[in-house]
Design a binder for this molecule. Structure first.
Ligand code: FES
Length: 168
């Protein structure tokens, strides 16, 4: 991946990651994270890292993204298929750590079936809560899936707008 592109992604990740955000979200979602620091993968996180959902590639995707974290060298690709304004299918491939794989897997589970505007509102907090907590050292790993999802949606919207312009 080109250095300029990686830098843009990194800036994007920094914008997206807001520390302590999940406390507010916790109230909204009516869920509780385990108290105290989470040090180990719980069973759900371990399951999503060893048996990730929605792994693969969509050859006729409507939107796609390729993002990377230069600080650890992990990369991921994600594809979405849109039908009736909803994410009808979503697939990803990751060369990331176990935390990145588990959180990306959960991101795809949360996004599948959602409308575009619903999917855009998925945050790292939702993913962490859906996984019932992740070790704090993996806090940034969750952003690879979220960033890829948002970039793929942007890609879809760009293409969609271009199609509409060329039709008019
Ligand atoms: Fe790179 Fe987890 S260490 S994404």
């Amino acid at each position: 991946m080109r250095q300029k592109e990686i830098k843009r992604k990194t800036d994007n990740w920094k914008d997206l990651y807001r520390k302590n955000r999940y406390e507010d979200e916790e109230l909204q979602l009516g869920m509780e994270l385990p108290h105290g620091p989470v040090l180990f993968y719980n069973e759900l996180v371990a399951d999503h890292s060893t048996n990730p959902r929605n792994v693969g590639r969509i050859t006729d995707a409507d939107g796609s993204a390729h993002v990377g974290d230069p600080s650890c060298g992990d990369e991921m690709q994600l594809w979405i298929k849109i039908n009736g304004g909803r994410i009808a299918d979503i697939k990803f491939q990751s060369s990331g750590c176990a935390g990145a794989v588990a959180t990306s897997s959960m991101t795809t589970v949360l996004a599948k079936g959602k409308t575009i505007s619903e999917a855009k509102r998925i945050t790292d907090a939702h993913v962490i809560l859906a996984l019932k907590g992740i070790p704090s050292r993996d806090g940034k790993c969750v952003l690879s899936g979220i960033t890829a999802l948002l970039e793929a949606i942007k890609d879809y919207e760009r293409k969609n707008a271009a199609d509409k312009n060329s039709a008019s």
